[in-house]
Design a protein around this ligand. Structure first.
Ligand SMILES: Cc1cc2nc3c(=O)[nH]c(=O)nc-3n(C[C@H](O)[C@H](O)[C@H](O)COP(=O)(O)O)c2cc1C
Length: 233
């Protein structure tokens, strides 16, 4: 970099290492952890998840990233009969974006999706509040409903079906509520990762890592080594 550009103060803020590491996962994990610790936004683990239907029509929505694995996948939970669930059944691939606004960073990931093992979804479901667990039973996510009252009726029916009273709904009493069969986790495996960092009006920094993933017999993927490329911002 020329001295005059560097000393002008124009180049400020975060950058990626000059020699890009072989894998993006350590930086990705550190950025994510830092955002969770700082908690400068209400949901620092919120990600935009994009899927597409059979005809290639895209759809995107926010979900929460509940686990980032060192093998290079993230986990989110949802209703598998929702729009995203139906699209993932048709095309088991997705893209996701983390906007770590407070640290002016963006992480983009793309890759194949598999369902989380049942035991993992059961364990996570059991940690959810009673209201959230009842909600998972009551809501046919993404299906139309005539009115808000009808939805509340469905909540009432789900409470009656599972013997949940108003006191337990408020968290006063613990209840045993199984995971609905249509609700669970997905693992989005990273085939491509892009890390972006910067500051407004500055020269941002950006690089992409790509790797091949081969399905393995355990329902996951065997990764090949990453290849890194710096990109113009
Ligand atoms: C901050 C925030 C977090 C959310 N987290 C989740 C989540 O973890 N899982 C989920 O299914 N929906 C979550 N939602 C709701 C989704 O954005 C979406 O409305 C819902 O999943 C239905 O999407 P679909 O019809 O495209 O399947 C969240 C919404 C917001 C605003």
């Amino acid at each position: 970099m020329s001295d005059s550009v560097e000393s002008s103060g124009w180049i400020e803020g975060d950058t990626l290492p000059e020699d890009l590491p072989e894998s993006p996962l350590a930086i990705l994990g550190a950025w994510f952890e830092e955002a969770q610790r700082a908690k400068l936004t209400r949901n620092p683990n919120a990600i935009t998840l994009a899927t597409a239907d059979d005809s290639g029509n895209p759809s995107a929505r926010i979900v929460l990233c509940k686990h980032l694995d060192e093998l290079g996948y993230l986990v989110f939970y949802t209703n598998r009969e929702s729009r995203k669930g139906r699209e993932l059944a048709q095309r088991p691939r997705a893209a996701a974006v983390f906007h770590l606004d407070a640290s002016e960073r963006q992480i983009r990931v793309v890759g194949p999706i598999v369902q989380s093992p049942d035991a993992e979804s059961d364990a996570y479901f059991a940690t959810r509040s009673v209201v959230s667990r009842i909600g998972a039973w009551a809501s046919k996510q993404s299906q139309p409903i005539g009115s808000r009252d009808e939805l509340l009726e469905q909540v009432g029916e789900a409470m009656a079906d599972h013997g949940v009273g108003a006191r337990s709904l408020l968290g006063d009493e613990e209840v045993s509520l199984p995971r609905p069969p249509y609700w669970g986790g997905y693992r989005l495996w990273f085939e491509r990762v892009e890390l972006w960092c910067g500051g407004s009006g500055r020269v941002h920094d950006r690089a992409e890592w790509a790797r091949d993933l081969t399905p393995d017999s355990a329902g996951g993927f065997k990764p090949r080594p990453w290849a890194a490329t710096r990109l113009q911002p």
